[in-house]
Design a protein around this ligand. Structure first.
Ligand code: BYC
Ligand code: FE
Ligand code: FE
Length: 480
């Protein structure tokens, strides 16, 4: 079955010929009610009966895959969608380079593959859990709709991984699929697997930072899984990446609109100094130093998601042909990396030094560098908004040693510039670098819902264009 058309006649929309695979169909139908229960329990709180103007995937080709319309979220058509199969696709890297891509799980890599799929799957519902109360304080119906769109798509990403587990991993895959519905973000007994997915997303600035920084880790990880020699994983992640672009748009434009509104308000009030924090806050907008602190927090939490800089797990997954580099198929080298090196920042005798490491074990570091470059471009666009408004301030990405819990710098303290310091000094300075309790309370004080169509909270600018080219006063969510 290689058709790209999506079958919407079945309970579970799909382009994988589900109706011809009775065993799999049964397994997914058995999993479905638990998913819906999870969505109603842990999904967007309070809006399950509202009509939301959502896009639903109706095909998997580059153009015209999305259809817009009002949907109640629990009735969203979550489905199993794979990018088109590439004929005669070959494994592009590692020990099996040049061999035909696997259509079944290779026995020797079964455990490794399952682990990666489970970790990927675990992040998707985690983000929905983290964001579940944000609907109540949305700055507009436009933003509320974008939040819900991100949420239903993360739900679909969970479906994508559950499909792989149920189809390719028999009984233990079924068990993992069930456990994905049992862990909970931030739960002490059954937490989600990765650190950043157990943090809170307490306000909308955090939501925008999360979709900018943390969904971008999603993009990088999915890009490297899209290179996988296990073809079904490659095809699923390739389609997920088309949805991921929207999540990062929500983040980048969201923070951009916050910055824009702050700059405008400062100019109107004649405030030139961005560090006149109380004066800026009195205007009901978020001061730029606080935006910087939020960026410091979410960037550093997201760097942790790349694992240790030097990792044999990463080398093994690459050698196995399971997880490649970012844009592996566009890199011109031998795709084996057996004698190559890669520069890694490490702690050497109490100093941060660049050290040449084996390129295979340094793959997490490399992916993280690619991530930082990608994130840096978006930050550059934020800075253009500030500059255009004539304000002297620049958002910067902190040093990779700042505020880390995983890897080389997990046990030291450093400033955002990368200056090492004692833990005591760090604690004294912390509130200058990361959102303090007071900053959090100030932002919370701005989080009042705005639900009139076409209206926006005072702290955020209106978007340049509507969703699906709808007019400014379009009712993106029909509350009832
Ligand atoms: N937190 O060799 P190491 C997304 C563990 S986001 C907790 O350093 P490795 C999304 C690690 O598991 C993308 N534990 O790392 C975004 C291992 O434990 P075990 C999600 C961590 O394996 C927004 C030990 O430390 N997808 O899609 O090379 C909204 C040593 O591991 C952490 C993926 O991550 C951590 N941060 O790399 C919605 C792709 N980091 O096994 C969705 C799949 C490491 O020794 N995952 N550990 O007990 C992977 O490729 C890799 O597992 C990791 C870690 C990159 C996560
Ligand atoms: Fe996702
Ligand atoms: Fe995402």
């Amino acid at each position: 079955m290689t058709s790209n058309a999506v079958d919407y006649d079945t309970l579970i929309p799909n382009n994988v010929g589900l109706s011809e695979d009775r065993r799999l169909l049964k397994a997914l139908e058995r999993w479905h009610p638990g998913y819906i229960d999870w969505w109603k329990d842990m999904g967007p709180n309070g809006f399950q009966e509202s009509n939301v103007y959502l896009r639903t995937a109706v095909g998997v080709e580059k153009d015209g895959w999305a259809q817009f319309g009002y949907v109640k979220m629990p009735e969203y058509r979550w489905g199993v969608l794979l990018a088109p199969q590439v004929q005669d696709r070959k494994i592009g890297f590692g020990n099996h380079q040049g061999e035909p891509a696997w259509q079944e799980v290779p026995g020797e890599y079964r455990a490794m593959l399952r682990r990666l799929i489970v970790i990927q799957g675990d992040t998707e519902p985690a983000s929905v859990e983290q964001q579940r109360y944000l609907g109540k304080t949305a700055p507009s119906l436009y933003d509320m709709r974008n939040l819900f769109q991100v949420n239903v798509e993360e739900g679909r990403h969970l479906w994508a991984m559950v499909y792989l587990l149920q189809k390719y991993f028999a009984a233990d895959g079924r068990e993992e699929a069930n456990m994905l519905l049992e862990r909970r973000s931030g739960d002490i007994d059954k937490p989600r697997m990765l650190g950043a997915f157990n943090e809170e997303t307490p306000d909308w600035l955090s939501f925008f930072m999360f979709t900018f920084f943390t969904d971008r880790d999603g993009k990088m990880q999915l890009e490297s899984l899209a290179q996988s020699g296990f073809d079904p994983l490659s095809r699923t992640t390739r389609f997920m990446l088309m949805e991921e672009a929207h999540h990062m748009f929500v983040g980048e434009s969201g923070v951009g609109r916050v910055i824009e509104k702050t700059c405008e308000a400062m100019n109107q009030a004649g405030i030139e100094d961005p560090y006149e924090i109380e004066a800026v806050r009195a205007l009901g907008v978020v001061d730029l130093p606080t935006v910087q602190k939020k960026a410091n927090l979410h960037y550093s939490l997201s760097l942790d998601l790349f694992g240790s800089e030097v990792s044999t797990n990463a080398a093994n997954a690459y050698n196995a042909g399971i997880k490649g580099r970012y844009q592996e198929d566009k890199i011109e080298d031998d795709h084996r990396l057996l004698s190559d090196t890669y520069p890694v920042l490490k702690l050497v005798n109490g100093e941060i030094k660049g050290v040449e490491e084996n390129a295979l074990t340094a793959l997490n570091m490399r992916l993280r560098d690619d991530y930082s470059k990608d994130a840096g471009k978006g930050v550059g666009r934020w800075n253009k908004i500030i500059k255009k408004n004539g304000i002297e301030f620049e958002i910067t990405l902190p040093h990779c040693a700042f505020h880390r819990m995983i890897g080389e710098f997990a046990n030291i303290s450093a400033s955002p510039e990368g200056t090492l310091m004692s833990n005591e000094t760090f604690s004294q300075q912390k509130d200058n670098w990361l959102p303090s309790q007071q900053d959090g309370e100030f932002i919370q004080s701005l989080m009042r819902p705005v639900v009139e169509p076409g209206q926006y909270a005072n702290w955020i600018a209106a978007p340049k264009v509507g969703v699906d080219r709808k007019p400014g006063d379009f009712e993106y969510v029909q509350l009832n």
